[in-house]
Every structure is written in structure tokens, then in C-alpha cells.
Write a protein that binds this ligand. Structure first.
Ligand code: G3H
Ligand code: 13P
Ligand code: ZN
Length: 283
């Protein structure tokens, strides 16, 4: 069933587990997310980025994901990932997303607060939940040093202020993760996470979670993260399986022989993540 994200995250926060938020770009990945959630009897968040919407088209993304959510026996939220403009958020609201992220992290603090509040005022009365970002998460490919990245981490006092001013439903924080494939092993600032949690009761979101070691994910969840975003690990599994299928049979011309194994590989990695997040059986 299609549900609001707040409902899923409130339960997760009380139960000390995290809900997996998995990025989709096409039918096979939507099906993989739902199949994994059903197999593990887990609540799940299907999210689409602006890039995914541009690739597939908003009608295709919302039709596929809404169908998946409505047919599923587990609760599913449909979430816009890293929305950066008010117009984009409103387009998703009109098309039936149950949740949106407005990522104003590149703006100065007061502008981020104003943009977040503008979105909240426009969509909360529709039952749509809102995630914001404070601190800059960035990408693994950003050409910056460790200390330059640390300077972009979320400040706990600022987090308290941000939440007081916005009453946002979920807050993405920068504590050492980045989007994409890591070169080494990411080191998370757990003390900072705990300091944020002590000041803020809002559900906290960990982005850039692909490639974060299992024990670090568990530690982050035990310290209060209750939404964990995964994209890159799905891409890796999907493309690796598709490539293997093609290389194993270079004369193959049936796309299903490539996309079927890719979908299965994506399902498997998503199930593994759901188990790490502790959301098995929480549907
Ligand atoms: O946060 C970024 C997600 O992995 C989505 O990436 O913008 O390439 O779709 P994308
Ligand atoms: P990864 O691609 O690093 O898993 O990050 C996903 C994410 O944070 C989507 O918002
Ligand atoms: Zn992200």
C-alpha cells in the first residue's frame, strides 16, 4: 500500500531500525525494490531523483511506482530524491508522490530554511512529507581533501536551529558519507551523529550509504539514523549482471536475457541491505 514517509520513519525511530530508501530509474529496478521488500516483509521507500524523472519521464515513473505500491502487501512511500526547486517538488506532488526531498543544502542557512518552509507550506496539507538537507553530502568524485569535506559536515547546533525553524519531517545530515563509489572506506563521525540526535528528535537520513561497511551502517542506525539511501550498490549489481549476461552470450538479442538477471541481482542486494537495516518483518 502507498503510505506517507512520516508514518514509516516514526515507526522505525521507535523500533530502532531503518527503512531502506532505494533509487529507481526503470521498471526492472522498481520491481526489484518491491520484490525485495515483499520477500523480507519490510516497509520500503522507492525514490526517484530529478535525473531518474528526466530519464524515464514523470508519468512513467509515477505510474510504475504507484502501481507497485498499490499492489504491494508491504507499506511503500514514493519519494522525490534531492529535489532542488520548488517547481520540481510541486510537479511530483501533483503526480502523486507521497513524500519529497527539498535539498537546499547548497544555499546559505536562512535561504535553505526559507525554501524548505515554502515547500512544507505547499505540500504538508496534502499529506506529503518533506525531507531537507543540512550540511553538504556531495559526491565521492568531488576533488576535496578530508578536512575540506569535514568543514561541510552538519553542525549540531545549526541542526537544532534548522528543525526549530522548519519542523521538517526528516533531515539528511553530512557526517562523512558521499554519493557514488568510494575510493577507500568512508569514516563516519559518530560523535557528531550522537550530538545531532541529542538536539533533534526529527528522523535522520543517511545519504551516500552504498559502500559504507555493514558495521558502520548498524552503528549509525543504533545512534538514530532511520532512513538509509542506497543507489550506487543497485547500479553496480544491475549493470554487472547485465554485462555478465551479455558477455556470456554475445549473440543474444533478447533484452529480457540481460534485464532479467539484472533485476534478480538488484533484488538480492536490496534484500541484503534490508537485513542490515533491521527492517525485516516490520511491514
Ligand atoms: O543522490 C543521488 C542519487 O544517487 C541519484 O543519482 O541524480 O544520477 O539519478 P542521479
Ligand atoms: P549512493 O548512490 O552513494 O548509495 O547514495 C544514494 C543517495 O544518497 C540517494 O540520495
Ligand atoms: Zn542522496
Amino acid at each position: 500500500a502507498l503510505v506517507s514517509m512520516v508514518e514509516l520513519l516514526d515507526k522505525a525511530q521507535k523500533g530502532k531500525y531503518a527503512v531502506g530508501a532505494f533509487n529507481c530509474n526503470n521498471m526492472e529496478i522498481v520491481q526489484a525494490i518491491v520484490a525485495a521488500a515483499e520477500a523480507e516483509k519490510a516497509p520500503v521507500i522507492i525514490q526517484a531523483s530529478q535525473g531518474a524523472i528526466k530519464y524515464a519521464g514523470i508519468e512513467y515513473i509515477t505510474t510504475l511506482t504507484k502501481l507497485a505500491a498499490e499492489k504491494a502487501s508491504v507499506p511503500i512511500a514514493l519519494h522525490l530524491d534531492h529535489g532542488t526547486s520548488f517547481a520540481q517538488v510541486m510537479q511530483c506532488a501533483r503526480h502523486g508522490f507521497s513524500s519529497v526531498m527539498i535539498d537546499g543544502s547548497k544555499h546559505p542557512l536562512e535561504d535553505n530554511i526559507a525554501l524548505t518552509n515554502k515547500v512544507i507550506e505547499a505540500v504538508r496539507h496534502l499529506g506529503i512529507s518533506v525531507e531537507a538537507e543540512l550540511g553538504k553530502i556531495g559526491g565521492t568524485e568531488d576533488d576535496i581533501t578530508v578536512s575540506e569535506r569535514e568543514a561541510l559536515f552538519t553542525d549540531p547546533e545549526e541542526a537544532e536551529y534548522f528543525v526549530q525553524k522548519t519542523q521538517v519531517d526528516a533531515l539528511a545530515i553530512a557526517i562523512g558519507t558521499a554519493h557514488g563509489q568510494y575510493k577507500g572506506t568512508p569514516k563516519l563521525d559518530f560523535d557528531r551523529l550522537t550530538q545531532i540526535r541529542e538536539r533533534v528528535s526529527t528522523p535522520l537520513v543517511l545519504h551516500g550509504s552504498s559502500g559504507v561497511p555493514e558495521d558502520a551502517l548498524r552503528e549509525a542506525i543504533s545512534r538514530g539514523v532511520c532512513k538509509v539511501n542506497i543507489d550506487t550498490n543497485i547500479r553496480e549489481a544491475f549493470v554487472f549482471a547485465a554485462r555478465q549476461a551479455l558477455e556470456g552470450n554475445p549473440k543474444e538479442i533478447d533484452p529480457r536475457k540481460m534485464l532479467g538477471p539484472a533485476r534478480e541481482a538488484a533484488t538480492k542486494i536490496i534484500q541484503e541491505k534490508i537485513r542490515i537495516f533491521g527492517s525485516v518483518g516490520k511491514a
